[in-house]
Design a protein around this ligand. Structure first.
Ligand code: GDP
Ligand code: MG
Length: 178
C-alpha cells in the first residue's frame, strides 16, 4: 500500500460558495497570486486554479480551487459545482447581513447534499471594513461552532488571515484515505 505517501501529499477539490460580491474571487487571487486589484471586476479567467501548501510536518496539500464566474446566482447549478468537493469555503461580507443569511443557506444545502465528510469553513470577508461592520463576530462564531465549522474573518484587500484560512483547512483534512 502507498497509504503513507497518500496521506503525506493530499490533493483536494475546494469550492467557494456565497453571495455574489462577497469577495470569493479576490480571496482566491490573494491566496494563489498574492494580488488584490480593487479596480477590476474580478473574474478569474479560468474557473479553476490550484495552489499547493506545505505544512509544518512537511506534508503538502494541493488545493484544486473552483471559483464560480457568477453561477452563484443559480442555486440549481450548485450541486454540479460542489460534487466531489472535499472542502467548501462559505463566504459572507461582514458589512452585509443578507450575505450572512445566504451563507447559512449554503451551509444547510451542503449539509443536505454535500459529501458527508466535507470540511466546511465559514469566512467573514472584508474584515478591513470594521467601521461598516453589520455582522457581529460573535454571531458568526456561534453559528460556526453549532455547525461544526472552522470560522475565520479575512481581508482579501489587506491579506489578513488569507494564508491562515487555507492552512487551517489543510490541518483539518482527513489524513487517511480509503
Ligand atoms: P465575488 O463575486 O464573491 O467573487 O466577489 P469579488 O471577489 O469579485 O469581489 C467583489 C468586490 O468586493 C470587488 O469590488 C472587490 O474589490 C471587493 N472586495 C473583495 N474582497 C475585499 C476585501 O477583503 N475588502 C474590501 N474592502 N473589498 C473587497
Ligand atoms: Mg467571483
Amino acid at each position: 500500500s502507498n497509504g503513507a505517501t497518500d496521506s503525506k501529499n493530499l490533493k483536494v477539490k475546494l469550492v467557494l460558495l456565497g453571495d455574489s460580491g462577497v469577495g470569493k474571487s479576490c480571496i482566491v487571487l490573494r491566496f494563489v497570486r498574492g494580488q488584490f486589484d480593487p479596480t477590476s471586476k474580478v473574474t478569474v479567467g479560468a474557473s479553476f486554479l490550484s495552489q499547493t501548501i506545505a505544512l509544518q510536518d512537511s506534508s503538502t496539500v494541493k488545493f484544486e480551487i473552483w471559483d464560480t464566474a457568477g453561477q452563484e446566482r443559480y442555486a440549481a447549478l450548485a450541486p454540479l459545482y460542489y460534487r466531489g468537493a472535499g472542502v467548501a469555503v462559505v463566504v459572507y461580507d461582514i458589512t452585509s447581513p443578507e450575505s450572512f443569511n445566504k451563507a447559512q443557506y449554503w451551509v444547510k444545502e451542503l449539509q443536505k447534499h454535500g459529501s458527508p465528510d466535507i470540511v466546511m469553513a465559514l469566512v467573514g470577508n472584508k474584515a478591513d471594513l470594521q467601521d461598516s461592520r453589520q455582522v457581529p463576530i460573535q454571531d458568526a462564531m456561534d453559528y460556526a461552532e453549532k455547525n461544526g465549522m472552522f470560522f475565520i474573518e479575512t481581508s482579501a484587500k489587506t491579506a489578513d488571515n488569507i494564508n491562515q484560512l487555507f492552512e487551517e483547512i489543510a490541518k483539518r483534512l482527513p489524513r487517511t484515505l480509503s
